[in-house]
Ligand binder design. Sequence first.
Ligand SMILES: Cc1cc2nc3c(=O)[nH]c(=O)nc-3n(C[C@H](O)[C@H](O)[C@H](O)COP(=O)(O)O)c2cc1C
Length: 186
Amino acid sequence: MAKVHMDRPSASYFYPWPLVLVSCVSTDGKPNIITIGASSVCSSNPPTVGIAIKPARYSYGLIKASGDFGVNIPGPEQLEAADRCGWLSGAEVDKFAETGLTAQASRAITSPLVAECPVSLECRLIQTVPLGSHDWLIGEVVAAHVDEALLDEDGRFRPCSEQALFCFGGDYRRVGDQIAGWFFTR
Ligand SMILES: Cc1cc2nc3c(=O)[nH]c(=O)nc-3n(C[C@H](O)[C@H](O)[C@H](O)COP(=O)(O)O)c2cc1C
């Protein structure tokens, strides 16, 4: 393999990005959704997740003011809505009304969740890391809601490969076929 040394280091060489819908709410109770490609699990105990948001975004101000946000994992049925939430601004439109998605009350946070998404996590903002173009917002997952169709008979979470979506280059892609299990070489 001949690797080319790229002139400009860029985060775009890091792939794929899981596609998530982050839900939030204004101080006067208006719910909003922002599409986020840059996100990750941060720790499993306590459970934390991180999202990268530009400080200039309308949603950024909402999350900083409320101190919480929802992370909703969309499936293919929510893809069109997810794309729209990635260019419309909650400063100008009601994205729930625009997309037909339903704002569902959370149990432990003020931000709503997206009812149609098969997985929704309630996150309390615990750290903000300023990095430049984006800040990394770390949320502790204080409650989780999972579509019962994703649970096996013993109540264990079994994610469905047809459901998860990734940002890949400038495209949206599904998860591919299973090729091995973790530690299959052990
Ligand atoms: C696929 C996709 C991924 C995106 N990922 C991010 C991201 O990781 N961070 C970010 O700040 N904006 C991201 N955006 C842009 C925001 O979703 C977009 O600017 C949105 O309109 C902001 O909404 P708001 O004004 O209601 O906050 C992404 C957009 C798309 C379409």
